[in-house]
Design a protein. Structure first.
Length: 155
């Protein structure tokens, strides 16, 4: 079953180092929503980060089976709870099309990575991993900072 990559993009936003750091200084303006417990998406994003690390390590060992098994965990990641997803969709609003496009490209890159591993083609795996990392970064560049500020009040 193909899962939406919409969530992957959000999760990737939260997995970036520093996204979880709490400020010791109070914000100059109150956040849009008061900080609460971390979103379930943060945990999903952390899992995705671990999957990326697993793939990187497996590439160094030429463990094609591990890469082929791990890539779908990124492409078809779990979805957040319904109410949380609704909050995220409400926040993304008019940027939904761009957000979903990032998510779809990330999904496709993770699938291509798994397919390259199935062929035991090290160069293709390395290129696909680079593409996947680039897709994650593209979304981070556009959405991470405003997302973290909105949901966690981070500045």
């Amino acid at each position: 079953m193909k899962r939406s990559l919409f969530t992957l993009s959000i999760l990737t936003i939260l997995a970036v180092p520093g996204a979880q750091a709490e400020s010791t200084q109070p914000p100059t303006q109150p956040p849009t929503q008061p900080p609460t417990q971390p979103l379930a998406l943060r945990g999903i994003m952390q899992d995705l980060g671990r999957h990326m690390e697993t793939i990187t390590q497996a590439l160094a060992r030429e463990d094609w089976t591990r890469i082929e098994e791990t890539a779908p965990l990124i492409a078809d990641h779990p979805q957040p709870p319904f109410m949380e997803k609704a909050r995220i969709l409400a926040y993304v609003g008019t940027d939904m099309r761009r957000f979903k496009r990032h998510d779809q490209k990330t999904h496709e890159a993770a699938q291509a990575l798994g397919q390259a591993a199935g062929k035991q083609d090290g160069q293709a795996v390395a290129a696909a991993l680079q593409t996947l990392q680039g897709r994650c970064n593209d979304c981070h560049q556009e959405f991470r900072k405003p997302f973290v500020e909105h949901f966690y009040g981070a500045r």
